[in-house]
Design a binder for this molecule. Structure first.
Ligand code: C6P
Length: 412
């Protein structure tokens, strides 16, 4: 049976922020890779929490604390279901993808890495999946290697995996969907190859978790991190999945309240995972809002979202290529996720983004926290349009028209 496609226009109406003018023009929000907008149900959930249920979790015996704790732990169970983890105990709440990677690098990394070991990344990683490993390498004497990316199409050079994925590698940490290129990496395949060699794996799902089905058992990774704010949830909350066997053997990341079984002046006994990794009062409204966001997204259907975003990106790519002379496009020609990175010859990306903003189109310009990749591509920055399910083909048409006007303005 062919599923009925979602009513995209009705879904768009769930996002109050989209209904506004910017600089006198209807807002076209194409900066979804930076952060997504929030549907009314998520905003309402946060309001309800603060108006009715706000209390600290895991501590109080009173009604409001019980309500908060129940909602907080229900969000953990929902997050496990969202990525098909085997248990809610495999879900650690973090501040976002960045903190998830840092947690693994600090806790697992300091315990397991030593001089001469290799941390394998790819050349298309976000800084949050480079810098924590470089810090760890400095502390342990391990080295960092990068699986190469080939050409402007920005695909991983899979012919070189065997050369890089060797027994000296202790962890392979790679991005699922590139935020600069839109490349979708074959993470299940690479994790399977890593597992055969006993290499631990981490998947950065910042750009995938809310855009396509993500199943940690099918991917076969040991860790996976994502951010709530990119998947219709609040800022300041993220999820780190860790396979139970690994989490149980990992030391705490931070010390403080909530993560202990007992404390004596002489030492401390820690709670099991995941609580051992959540010191102090957590973000409570964050998981509650995220729970509603995950329900909302799965109500829409992440397969349908992926198809929709892909279609918009492919359309945008082709329209830019066909109608804008002197445009340089980055990332795969086919099979890209929902974003397009580009440059106009002799025009700085920031100028493109500034003029687009005047026309009501929100883009992002810069290195997108992938500076090494930009240098590899021989540029300092790109302009980027990134889509979500509430964006429309008509908006892409208007965006292409605006980019044509920008080109004319700069006479390139
Ligand atoms: N990319 C972008 O505009 P945080 O900041 O922790 O929520 O997410 C970090 C992160 C990690 N990995 C990837 C692939 C990402 O895209 C991001 C965030 C934003 O592309 C901000 S630089």
């Amino acid at each position: 049976m062919i599923p009925t496609p979602p009513d995209w226009a009705a879904l768009r109406a769930d996002f109050p922020i989209l209904d506004q003018h910017v600089h006198g023009q209807p807002l076209i929000y194409f900066d979804n890779a930076a952060t997504s907008q929030k549907p009314r149900v998520v905003i309402e959930a946060l309001r309800h929490y603060y108006e009715r249920d706000n209390a600290n979790v895991h501590r109080g015996i009173h009604e409001l604390s019980n309500r908060s704790t129940t909602a907080f732990e229900a969000a953990r169970a929902r997050a496990a279901q969202f990525i098909n983890a085997r248990s809610a105990d495999e879900i650690i709440f973090t501040r976002g993808t960045t903190e998830g990677v840092n947690l693994v690098a600090s806790s697992w990394g300091l315990k397991h890495l030593q001089r001469g070991d290799t941390i394998l990344l790819t050349e298309m990683e976000h800084h949050s999946n480079i810098v924590p490993w470089q810090l760890l390498a400095e502390r342990t004497g391990a080295k960092v290697a990068y699986l190469p990316v080939s050409g402007d199409e920005g695909l991983l050079d899979l012919s070189r995996v065997d050369e890089f994925l060797t027994r000296g590698v202790k962890i392979l940490s790679l991005v699922h969907i590139s935020n600069s290129l839109g490349t979708v990496n074959p993470v299940a395949n690479l994790c399977a190859r890593a597992r055969k060699l006993g290499v631990v794996t981490l998947v950065d799902a910042a750009q995938s978790a809310g855009h396509c089905p993500v199943d940690v058992q099918q991917i076969g990774c040991d860790f996976l991190a994502f951010s709530g704010h990119k998947i219709c949830g609040p800022t300041g909350i993220g999820v780190l999945y860790g396979r139970a066997e690994l989490l149980e053997a990992m030391p705490p990341y931070q010390g403080g309240g909530e993560m202990i079984l007992s404390v004596e002046y002489s030492g401390t006994r820690f709670k099991p995972a995941p609580h051992r990794f959540e010191a102090g009062t957590p973000d409570i409204s964050g998981p509650i809002g995220l729970h509603v966001a995950m329900d909302y997204l799965d109500g829409v259907g992440r397969e349908a979202i992926f198809r929709h975003d892909q279609e918009l990106a492919q359309y945008a790519y082709e329209q830019l290529a066909a109608n804008v002379p002197n445009v340089r496009l980055f990332g795969p020609r086919h099979g890209r996720a929902g974003l397009v990175s580009f440059l106009l010859k002799d025009v700085h990306a920031h100028d493109v983004v500034t003029l687009a903003d005047q026309a009501g189109v929100a883009l992002r310009g810069g290195h997108h926290c992938t500076q090494p990749l930009m240098h590899k591509l021989g540029v300092e920055s790109t302009a980027r349009a990134s889509f979500y399910f509430y964006n429309t083909k008509a908006e892409v048409d208007r965006f292409v028209e605006v980019i044509r006007e920008v080109r004319k303005f700069f006479a390139v």
